[in-house]
Ligand binder design. Structure first.
Ligand code: FE
Ligand code: FE
Ligand code: ZN
Length: 304
């Protein structure tokens, strides 16, 4: 079965709101941040919402084992220049994992980090050390390192860098990888030859480590190191190539998560924003691209 969903917001009714939003898109999985992705302010979790969300998931064939949490991306485990900040980051990720346990969520995606003013190698060593400190045996949640586009000083851009991290992490059963199609393409991997990528990944790391796929088109050509997501079929990767990744049988039943931009985000006025996920999921399920889907989404929203 295809597990497809998108990132959704974790609003005032927390996991319950996130579940409802996913269902409204026709998704059978989803990803959320437990607060703003750009800061580390977090509210306490309410048990009532967790229980209601779990019930609603069951009624709608959403398997909690496939639901993904994403750590805020401002946390940087590569740098230890400011030891207080570093310790805060380690402690914060540990607390996020504890929150995942409370939510019954089994996997959390983490951006490895940026090697600011240090070599990439040192950055990677710092990340592995930090993750070894974080994974102290107290959580049931698996940490998924996301493959990055290689923007600026980002670590974890190539298979070799990811392999280095995995090799140096002690708790192998608690670590995995999240591959992101936009990031892979921007990093220089041609997704038209996705099986070649998987061959190399399998040889150097092992396919069983892949726990999630982020499905995004890219606003830039292969190797651009920009990390700007485009809507499905509206970028340089293209619909057919993305479909081949999504339906690749070697990746089994792990979640496919859309992180495509809201429509209208790049409009100058930014007057209205439309979530594209219902239509993008529909096209993926039907394996058929609809050239006019932006117009249909805008029309639909005005009808409401
Ligand atoms: Fe991410
Ligand atoms: Fe991503
Ligand atoms: Zn990205």
């Amino acid at each position: 079965m295809l597990n497809i969903g998108s990132h959704v917001s974790f609003g005032k009714d927390q996991l319950l709101g996130a579940t409802k939003e996913a269902i409204s898109y026709g998704a059978n999985t989803f990803m959320f941040y437990t607060g703003a992705p750009t800061n580390t302010v977090r509210k306490d979790l309410e048990e009532k919402y967790i229980n209601e969300a779990l019930k609603l998931m069951e009624e709608n064939n959403i398997d909690i084992n496939h639901v993904i949490c994403h750590a805020p991306y401002i946390v940087n485990l590569a740098n230890r220049e400011d030891e207080t900040k570093y310790e805060f980051s380690v402690d914060f990720i540990r607390r996020e994992l504890a929150r995942c346990d409370e939510l019954h969520v089994k996997q959390m995606v983490l951006h490895p980090g940026n090697a600011v003013k240090i070599t990439k190698e040192q950055g990677l060593i710092n990340i592995a050390t930090a993750i070894n400190t974080i994974l102290d045996g107290t959580t049931n949640c698996r940490l998924l390192i996301e493959t990055m586009a290689g923007k600026g000083t980002e670590c974890g851009t190539t298979i070799d860098e990811i392999a280095f991290l995995i090799d140096n992490i002690v708790k192998k059963d608690q670590i995995g990888v999240c591959i992101d199609t936009c990031h892979l393409s921007d990093a220089g991997y041609d997704l038209k030859e996705f099986d070649k990528y998987l061959d190399e990944f399998d040889e150097k790391i092992g396919l069983s480590y892949i726990g999630c796929i982020h499905v995004n088109d890219s606003k830039n050509p292969i190797g651009s190191h920009k990390d700007r997501h485009a809507n499905i079929g509206k970028g340089y990767i293209g619909f057919d190539t993305l479909l081949n990744v999504i339906y690749n049988e070697r990746l089994k039943d792990i979640s496919r998560i859309l992180e495509t931009p809201y429509i209208g985000e790049t409009d100058e006025a930014k007057e209205r924003l439309y979530a594209p996920y219902k239509y993008e999921i529909e096209m993926i399920k039907n394996k058929k691209y609809d050239e006019n889907y932006f117009e249909k989404i805008r029309n639909d929203a005005y009808k409401k």
